[in-house]
Design a protein around this ligand. Structure first.
Ligand SMILES: C[S@@+](CC[C@H](N)C(=O)[O-])C[C@H]1O[C@@H](n2cnc3c(N)ncnc32)[C@H](O)[C@@H]1O
Length: 253
């Protein structure tokens, strides 16, 4: 009798759990649905996406933050492209003490990111900074970052090749880009998923590897793509005579 009651209670609770998960996921996907803007696709409801992504994508960001922290050189300057409400940047700064700047095309997302950072860091100096910007037209000087990261954003970019070219420009030579996005061939709410391998070729970033990434749950609908800006050979400085230093000792006449 007691067993039956407990069994029913457990079954009822499981059903409730499944129904709640389905409701949150449906709400989240509705919030994540997008509309086009110059530069890319914006999420319809930045506030709802912020709540949905914190609840549903928390373990995804945690796992990625650990991976980024391992890949980041000491005192690395990191740019997150398409940071949305900033959950990953905030984790990187708070849990790993990293220096992170997040950029997003959508001013409403940057408002959410600022509010989320204030909630978790207050006015602490280690908090990440956030600004509005298009990955294809970044307002940072050449070679200003050691690492560029991006999650679930590239399939929103209007021109992924232009975006990756800008990523290359702001990376220092030898710097890396780590991009997590859905695997090519998957259709989402708004568009076909771009293949970073093709876009990397047009951007002059070098493909290091593309590996399936386990998410969601045990599925691997996403992948981790690692790209590198190759080291450049040292530039020869011109002497006053227009000859390079290697010519200095040569006999003339
Ligand atoms: C699905 S959200 C992902 C947000 C966050 N990275 C995450 O993992 O939750 C995609 C984000 O890409 C941003 N986005 C779209 N096009 C962009 C562009 N050209 N430059 C920068 N951000 C862009 C959108 O505004 C949106 O916040």
């Amino acid at each position: 009798m007691g067993h039956t009651l407990m069994g029913r209670l457990r079954a009822g609770l499981s059903l409730f759990g499944v129904a709640a998960a389905v409701a949150i996921t449906r709400h989240g996907f509705r919030a994540a649905g997008g509309h086009g803007a110059p530069g890319g696709i914006l999420v319809r409801d930045a506030g709802a996406y912020s709540v949905f992504s914190r609840r549903l994508l928390g373990p995804f960001y945690e796992h990625i933050a650990d991976d980024v922290a391992k890949a980041a050189p000491e005192k690395a300057r990191i740019l997150e492209a398409g940071c949305g409400p900033g959950h990953l940047s905030i984790q990187l700064a708070r849990r790993h003490g990293l220096d992170v700047t997040g950029v997003d095309l959508d001013p409403a997302m940057i408002d959410q990111a600022q509010a989320n950072a204030t909630r978790s860091h207050g006015s602490d100096e280690s908090r990440p900074s956030f600004e509005v910007g298009d990955v294809a037209h970044l307002a940072f000087p050449d070679e200003s970052f050691d690492l560029v990261i991006s999650t679930l954003s590239m399939h929103h970019w209007a021109d992924p090749t232009a975006g990756l070219s800008e990523v290359r420009r702001v990376l220092r030579p030898g710097g890396r880009a780590l991009i997590w996005d859905f695997r090519p061939g998957i259709w989402l709410l708004h568009r076909h998923i771009p293949d970073p391998v093709n876009h990397a070729q047009g951007s002059r970033l070098q493909m290091v590897e593309a590996t399936p990434w386990r998410w969601p749950w045990k599925l691997s609908l996403t992948q981790r793509v690692e790209l590198a800006r190759p080291e450049e050979p040292p530039r020869h400085t011109e002497t006053q005579t227009g000859k390079t230093p290697s010519n200095k000792g040569e006999a003339h006449g």
